[in-house]
Ligand binder design. Structure first.
Ligand SMILES: Nc1ncnc2c1ncn2[C@@H]1O[C@H](COP(=O)(O)OP(=O)(O)OP(=O)(O)O)[C@@H](O)[C@H]1O
Length: 236
């Protein structure tokens, strides 16, 4: 069932188009990787999917009543976020803020969802630790648990493994794959790690300021653009 559909969509800043010709759809339970070089429009599309930016042209529609507040988001990590002075528990609990609305307190259900996600990400035992004292891999687990607290439908992940060592990167990919398979949550991930995108994702969207490819990961690996990019990644 189609959850998100994008028909001839372009995005622009001040009338200058930065990405165009977007024609793709995301079904419930899909695992989509968005790839492309720096400046190709990936983050702009993520802003569009989060409804923080309107398409300049075309039609971007969200089906099955998918609300913005039902999309969990793990942003690119900034230096300020890495230094956030709160406990692991507080950071994960803050994922329930959008559900809380105007209620001044968290409910038992909010706390139950937090426990579920602390356990799912294997971080129950570090719940009292200060977030900024954790390793990069632990911080990403905490942010993933936080994003999961906000959704049962879609997770948007913007370069979740950037800056992590190979072992921690693998662990995070396994976790994301498990979440997708066990819970059916749709994954939309921006990544520069093409090898892993092809390995783990079901479909690939390649941007070059326009849509250069959309199809299955298998088709992408066989395509000339995919082979070119994979070759480039291998030689990088
Ligand atoms: N707020 C903005 N105002 C004007 N132009 C912008 C703005 N944000 C991005 N752009 C431009 O839009 C284009 C696409 O940028 P975007 O950040 O979406 O690319 P990206 O693929 O996510 O890049 P990266 O891999 O470096 O994160 C770039 O040319 C960028 O300079």
């Amino acid at each position: 069932m189609e959850l998100i559909s994008c028909n001839n969509v372009s995005f622009a800043y001040d009338g200058n188009t930065v990405v165009s010709g977007l024609n793709f759809s995301v079904n419930c339970g899909d695992y989509l990787c968005i790839v492309g070089e720096n400046g190709s429009g990936k983050s702009t599309l993520i802003k569009g999917l989060l409804r923080l930016k309107q398409p300049f042209k075309g039609d971007l529609s969200f089906n099955q009543g998918l609300k913005r507040s039902e999309m969990g988001y793990l942003p690119q990590q900034t230096a300020v976020q890495k230094d956030f002075p709160a406990s692991v528990y507080e950071v994960v609990l803050s994922g329930r803020l959008s559900m809380r609305g105007i209620r001044p307190f968290y409910t038992q259900n909010d706390k139950r969802v937090v426990e579920e996600n602390l356990s799912r990400l294997g971080i129950e035992n570090i719940r009292k630790r200060c977030y900024r004292e954790l390793s990069g891999g632990q911080q990403q687990r905490v942010l993933l648990a936080r994003a999961l607290c906000a959704t049962q439908k879609v997770l948007l992940l913007d370069e979740p493994v950037a800056g992590l060592d190979p072992l921690v990167t693998q662990e995070l990919y396994f976790l994301i794959e498990k979440i997708n398979k066990d819970t059916g949550i749709t994954i939309i991930m921006v990544s520069h790690d093409i090898q892993s995108a092809v390995k783990y994702a079901g479909s690939i969207l390649h941007l070059k300021n326009q849509q250069a490819f959309f199809g299955t990961a298998e088709e992408y690996a066989k395509s000339s653009i995919g082979r070119g990019f994979l070759g480039g990644a291998q030689n990088a």
